[in-house]
Structure formats: structure tokens, C-alpha cells
Design a binder for this molecule. Structure first.
Ligand code: BES
Ligand code: MN
Ligand code: ZN
Length: 495
């Protein structure tokens, strides 16, 4: 999608379509509908009178050949009630316009920049437009390539040449494209996304963007005594990989070094504690945390914030075989802590345990992990909100406020020593499960135990990695959550 600024008066725009938005209180002339010629606003008044235009959230009303304008189609998107409107909604409105028009074979469209939008607004709109112009349909032989928006023109009356605005567009585009890269990785079926193939994607991305790249295979993983990651990997015929990507800008201070650790289970059958077959196919997405960190690295390689970042993605399948680890096995993690395996389906925390220990060894001074860790977080928060946990409230707050900015919902759940009883083992340092109640918390705390004293934040994205329904502004399928939250966080932090 090409995104450009245009400075023509609204009446003279000669693109196939223009999209504006308006609120419920005044659907014919609020929002950017305010900028339409009065004759067109009169027409919208009539549509309102007969109930075709209400301003309800994401309502799309299409007007053909609007009088006194050069565009062929005018789309009015409802923005809902004004008092409920938040900055991130602007991106969703632009997204809804993109998805509505592309479904009607419109390839070039304009969007009016509001008077108060500024660079933040422009970036939000850009992100929303690029995220909306995505479908997870790579494997359909009948391609829908005709259903894409090629040109998205941002129309503003300010004078041309504003560098800050061009930068806002470039930034929004880089972030949304990185999010779409993550979505592509998450969407791949497990036969096309083994640990080896995931690592190949990571390496290619690193080479393309100039990031440092290293990868550990079976031998290195065993030599480094990553007994927890290896326990999961040993049951699979596919060899494990641990990817390390480094972003080291010269002008950045020595500290902090932010470690981004992502769970990269390319398929989670549950192992010997096998999952029911019902939704097992969804477990191809169990590498969403790892894919998130790869997307974040791609974005920051382009945006160049002044902060050092290292991504660590431990990746393996969790399979059933004669070589698979068993319930009851005791394993020794890289940190030296011993773990009694009570359930082989609690594999994510094992992979993360060694991932975090390795990130610390590489010199990370802050740890942020993302993982499709528990079904329990979906029981608590559904697939709307990511569960956030952490040992350092300042960093937790950074994640949460970044989530509020991007519209990726986050909610903090507690960590507390009183829960520690639940995952005690009678024969080892820890057990890998803590029972059904509070399952998201005990899983998070298990992971946190391997962060030790290093400030740590954990995001459980089991619910939010995927959307089962199509939204007006987003395709069904992989969401790319929480790529945008983390990139915004790193950009703001580096300022
Ligand atoms: N990958 C799953 C969690 C998951 C479930 C992600 C549904 C996305 C959708 C994880 O490895 C897992 O199996 N967790 C278990 C832990 C339990 C055995 C303690 C769970 O949540 O049931
Ligand atoms: Mn599992
Ligand atoms: Zn899993």
C-alpha cells in the first residue's frame, strides 16, 4: 500500500473514493464529515432522516457521485458516541473504510486528516489502514489480489512538505508492516513453520534489516545445558532452534539492554499429556510470542530508537513419541533449578525458563516476554485482553500505557508469593504446573522465577493472538498482538 499526503481541496480530489467519519450526535456534519461541501452535508441530512445514516460505530454508508465533488464515491464511517471515542479508534475507522472499500474493488482512496490529528493521528490512521489491508489467505489458489488498496491518500489543508508528517506515515507503515509480518508467521501451518523454518525467516529478516543474528541448534542447546528447552524438544523429529537477534545502535546508552523473549512452540500437541483433538489445530499458533518479538525487531531495525534490544526466541515442537519427556520426569534447567514435570502440556514455561536464563547471560537488564502460555488467561480475560504480569511495576505500567495508546488491551493480574505453594514439588525445586485455579498466575510466576532479580514483565497472549471473527477493521485470524504495544513502548522509552 502506498500512502501519501495530498493537499487538494476536498471537492477537487479526483480519486475513486473518499472516506470520512462522523459521530452519532451529528452524523451529517461532525468528525471529518464537517469538511464536506454543504450540499453534500445536506444530502447526508436526508440520509439521516430516513435512518440510513446514524453514526453508529463502524456503520458504513456509501454515497455515489456526491454532488459538487470530483470523487466517484463518498464513504461515511460511523464513529459512535463522541464521549467514548479514544485516539486509537481513529486507526480502526480508517481500517473499516479500507476493508469496506476494498471489498467493493476500490483500489485508490482518500482519507481526510482532522484538524487536531497531528502526527500521532496520522501515524494511527496509517497503522490502521495497513493492518486492515491484510487477509490470511495465502493458501487459497484463487487469489484475491484484486481486493487490495494500492493508494491511500491522506488529505490535509496544511501546506505541503511537512517532514514530521511524512515521518509519521513512515513510522506507522513500518509498525503495521512488521505486525503483518508477525501475522504471516503465526498463520503458517506447523508443517510450513518448523523451528528450522521459523529460524530461516528470522535470519532472512535480520539480514534484510541489518540486525545481528545467531542461532543455536540441538548441539549448542545441549552443550549450554538448557535442560528445560531440550526436554520439550527431545520428543520431536524436528530439531529445536534458539534464535538471538540483536539491535545495537551506536548512540544508545550501555544500559538498559532490553531482552525480548518469545515462546516459539511451532506445534503444541500437549506431548504425552496430550490435548483433546477438538481444537488442536489451533496449536500451530503457539509460536505467536516468538513471532511477536521478530516483528518488533523488524520494526525497530527500521525506526532506530536509541535503546539496546536483544530478542531471544526458543523454538521447538511439543510432540508425542518414544523419545518424548514424560510426566514425572525431573529436569535441570540452564539456571541450575530442577523442575518436576507434572504435565508435558505445560511446555511453554519450560522453553521460556531457558530463554530467560540465556537472555540474562547475554547481558539483558530488563526482560519482557510474550507467550501463548495458558488457557486460563482466556477464561479470565477472553480473547479481547492480554494478561500482564511482572516483578517491576514501572515496566508493567509502561506496557499497559503503551497498550492503551495502540488499542491493544492489557490488564494486569497479580503475582504474589502466596501462590508459590501451588507449584511446589515434593522432589524438585519447582513443579511445572500449579493446578487449575489461578493457572495464568502460577504459569507467569514460574516464568518469573527464572528472571530472578532482573526486572521482568510477562504478557500471556493465548487469547489475543487470534481473532475468530472478522472485525470491521481487521481480518479474521492472527492479530499480531502485542507487536504494536512493544514497538510504541520502545520508541517512547528511547525518547
Ligand atoms: N499453548 C498452550 C496454551 C494455549 C491454550 C494457548 C489455548 C492458546 C490457546 C499451553 O502450552 C498449555 O497447554 N497450557 C496448559 C497448561 C496446563 C497444562 C497447566 C493449559 O493452559 O491448559
Ligand atoms: Mn501446552
Ligand atoms: Zn503451548
Amino acid at each position: 500500500m502506498k500512502i501519501e499526503l495530498q493537499h487538494e481541496p476536498v471537492e477537487k480530489l479526483s480519486l475513486p473514493a473518499l472516506a470520512v467519519y462522523s459521530f452519532e450526535e451529528d452524523p451529517s456534519s461532525s468528525g471529518t464529515a464537517r469538511r464536506l461541501p454543504s450540499k453534500v452535508q445536506k444530502l447526508l441530512e436526508d440520509l439521516k432522516a430516513c435512518g440510513e445514516l446514524t453514526g453508529k460505530a463502524y456503520e458504513c454508508t456509501l454515497v455515489h457521485q456526491p454532488v459538487g465533488m470530483a470523487v466517484q464515491k463518498l464513504l461515511v464511517v460511523g464513529a459512535g458516541k463522541k464521549e467514548k471515542f479514544k485516539p486509537f479508534h481513529l486507526g480502526r475507522l480508517a481500517g473499516a473504510a479500507v476493508r469496506f472499500l476494498r471489498a467493493r474493488a476500490v483500489h485508490e482512496m482518500a482519507w481526510i486528516v482532522g484538524e487536531k490529528d497531528g502526527t500521532k493521528g496520522i501515524q494511527t490512521v496509517t497503522e490502521g489502514a495497513v493492518l486492515a489491508d491484510y487477509d490470511a489467505d495465502r493458501y487459497r489458489t484463487e487469489q484475491r489480489a484484486d481486493r487490495r488498496v494500492d493508494l491511500f491518500a491522506l488529505v490535509c489543508d496544511k501546506t505541503p512538505g511537512s517532514e514530521a508528517w511524512a515521518a509519521a506515515i513512515a513510522q506507522g507503515q513500518a509498525i503495521a508492516e512488521a505486525t503483518n509480518f508477525t501475522r504471516d508467521l503465526v498463520n503458517e501451518p506447523a508443517n510450513q513453520m518448523t523451528p528450522t523454518l521459523l529460524a530461516r525467516h528470522a535470519r532472512e529478516m535480520a539480514e534484510r534489516t541489518g540486525l545481528g543474528y545467531q542461532e543455536l541448534g540441538t548441539e549448542e542447546i545441549r552443550a549450554l545445558k538448557m535442560g528445560a528447552l531440550w526436554a520439550v524438544a527431545q520428543g520431536s523429529d524436528e530439531p529445536p532452534r534458539l534464535m538471538v537477534l540483536r539491535y545495537t545502535p551506536e548512540e544508545a546508552p550501555e544500559a538498559p539492554v532490553i531482552g525480548l523473549v518469545g515462546k516459539g512452540i511451532t506445534f503444541d500437541s500437549g506431548g504425552i499429556s496430550i490435548k483433546p483433538s477438538q481444537d488442536m489445530h489451533e496449536m500451530k499458533t503457539d509460536m505467536a510470542g516468538g513471532a511477536t518479538m521478530l516483528g518488533v525487531m523488524q520494526a525497530i531495525a527500521q525506526l532506530k530508537p536509541r535503546v539496546r534490544v536483544i530478542a531471544v526466541v526458543p523454538s521447538t515442537e511439543n510432540m508425542v513419541s518414544g523419545k518424548a519427556y514424560r510426566p514425572g520426569d525431573v529436569i535441570t534447567s540452564m539456571s541450575g533449578k530442577t523442575i518436576e514435570v507434572l504435565n508435558t502440556d505445560a511446555e511453554g514455561r519450560l522453553a521460556l525458563a531457558d530463554g530467560l536464563a540465556y537472555a540474562k547471560q547475554l547481558g539483558c537488564t530488563v526482560l519482557i516476554d510474550a507467550a501463548t502460555l495458558t488457557g486460563a488467561v482466556m477464561v479470565a480475560l477472553g480473547n479481547i485482553t492480554t494478561g500482564v504480569f511482572g516483578s517491576d511495576q514501572e515496566w508493567v505500567n509502561r506496557v499497559i500505557s503503551s497498550g492503551i495508546e495502540t488499542g491493544e488491551r492489557m490488564w494486569q493480574l497479580p503475582v504474589d508469593d502466596d501462590y508459590r505453594e501451588l507449584y511446589k514439588s515434593s522432589i524438585a525445586d519447582l513443579a511445572n504446573t500449579g493446578g487449575r485455579y489461578g493457572g495464568a498466575i502460577t504459569a507467569a510466576m514460574f516464568v518469573g522465577d527464572f528472571a530472578g532479580d532482573t526486572p521482568w514483565v510477562h504478557m500471556d497472549i493465548a487469547g489475543t493472538r487470534w481473532s475468530n471473527e472478522e472485525k470491521p477493521y481487521l481480518a479474521k485470524g492472527p492479530t499480531g498482538v502485542p507487536v504494536r504495544t512493544l514497538v510504541h513502548l520502545l520508541m517512547d522509552f528511547a525518547k
